[in-house]
Design a protein around this ligand. Structure first.
Ligand SMILES: *Cc1c(COP(=O)(O)O)cnc(C)c1O
Length: 368
């Protein structure tokens, strides 16, 4: 049942960088030599040109439409990946005498916690480490300090395959900060509940090199005057992401992906598809009689990153190899946790997940 897709492409379950919509890649290709009569590609034009200004403006406007972002929020296109945000967030939002609260539900929130701790007072409001990150905190398990500078969560833990279905309770005066990198623009969310929300593009929204930060404007008053400019939310937002040369080509492609999502019917429509895709894979796990063992408990399962194990690591290696031979790639779990991970981001078509589900049933029949 080897896959047979246009251009010889394969079913790509990579965790990031990850699949992009074929129609977006085709548009990039068509516009590469001469972007809309400019006589050059987006890679070759000035970031101060009219053409690029329009690209940046439209990308922001389309993102604002997708998430219904109000004028109370600034949108900043940054570089440095999600990892730079681990440093930027405490540097901008935590005053010298303040502490920040971190809800640690997996590898990425833990990495953010460790970075924040290097520079100031940081508290773990919840630690899922002892339970090996199989569920997000339930009612009352994460208690946020009402004095905290902010409360930090990672809404979708890419490595562990956990997602929040409902946000934890946060005292009204404490801004909620969220790393949404691996579920960015994959489902609707109410931006007004967050102080700051960010996502690296390379999971769901574009190529590596762009990180989108959505921050409530009143919080920009907290930014100290001493920050390096590339970390300074206030400065970058005052310059509408054009303080220096931004990642122009990445912003262009990310903007095309935003338009593609709008064309699919927006975030509600894309979320329905994403749920259908993850249901296809979780159903095989649940019906396998324990051959496939899901990592996350059902109430904390991610629609984006489905993590599971096979009876032993030799079978897992065989599984990854056999899948690859059939045109199904990117299933190896993160090197820190092993196992299998299927990432089902926006651009992964439903057929990819039915093909994967068929492959999993067949693999169990032969090896179970
Ligand atoms: C991938 C990822 C990161 C790290 O992103 P970089 O761009 O490599 O720094 C951080 N958080 C989450 C949730 C991620 O999925």
């Amino acid at each position: 049942m080897t896959v047979n897709l246009p251009y010889g492409r394969i079913y790509n379950f990579n965790a990031g960088p990850a699949a992009l919509p074929v129609s977006v890649l085709e548009q990039v290709q068509a516009e590469l030599m001469n972007y809309r009569g400019t006589g050059m590609s987006v890679m070759e034009m000035s970031h101060r040109s009219k053409a690029f200004e329009a690209i940046l403006h439209e990308a922001e406007a389309d993102l604002r439409a997708l998430y219904a972002i109000s004028a109370d929020y600034a949108v900043i296109f940054m570089q440095g990946g999600a990892s730079l945000q681990f440093s930027a967030i405490p540097a901008n939002l935590r005053g010298p005498d303040q502490s920040a609260d971190y809800v640690v539900t997996g590898s990425w929130s833990k990495a953010a916690y460790k970075e924040a701790r290097r520079h100031g007072a940081t508290r773990m409001a919840y630690d899922g480490t002892p339970g090996e990150f199989v569920h997000v905190p339930r009612n009352g398990e994460a208690v946020i300090d009402p004095q905290a500078a902010y409360a930090y969560i990672c809404s979708n833990e890419t490595v562990n395959g956990l997602a929040f279905q409902d946000l934890p309770h946060v005292p009204e005066e404490v801004p909620l900060v969220c790393d949404a990198s691996s579920e960015f623009v994959s489902r609707p969310l109410d931006v007004s509940r967050y102080g700051l929300l960010y996502g690296g593009a390379q999971k769901n929204a574009g190529p590596a090199g762009v990180t989108v930060v959505i921050v409530r404007r009143d919080l920009l008053a907290r930014t100290p005057d001493t920050l390096p400019p590339m970390l300074d939310y206030r400065l970058l937002s005052e310059h509408t992401s054009l303080y220096n040369t931004p990642p122009c080509f990445g912003i262009y492609v990310t903007g095309l992906v935003f338009k593609w999502i709008l064309g699919q019917g927006g975030l509600e429509a894309i979320a329905r598809l994403n749920r259908a895709k993850s249901t296809n894979v979780y159903a095989v796990i649940d019906q396998s009689g324990g051959f496939y063992k899901g990592h996350a408990l059902p109430d904390s399962r991610s629609d984006m990153n489905v993590t599971f194990r096979l009876p032993d690591t030799a079978l897992e290696d065989q599984f990854v190899k056999a899948a690859k031979a059939e045109g199904i790639e990117g299933l190896k779990g993160h090197r820190s946790v092993g196992g299998i991970r299927a990432s089902l981001y926006n651009a992964v078509p439903v057929e990819a997940t039915t093909t994967l589900a068929d492959f999993m049933r067949e693999f169990q029949r032969r090896n179970g």
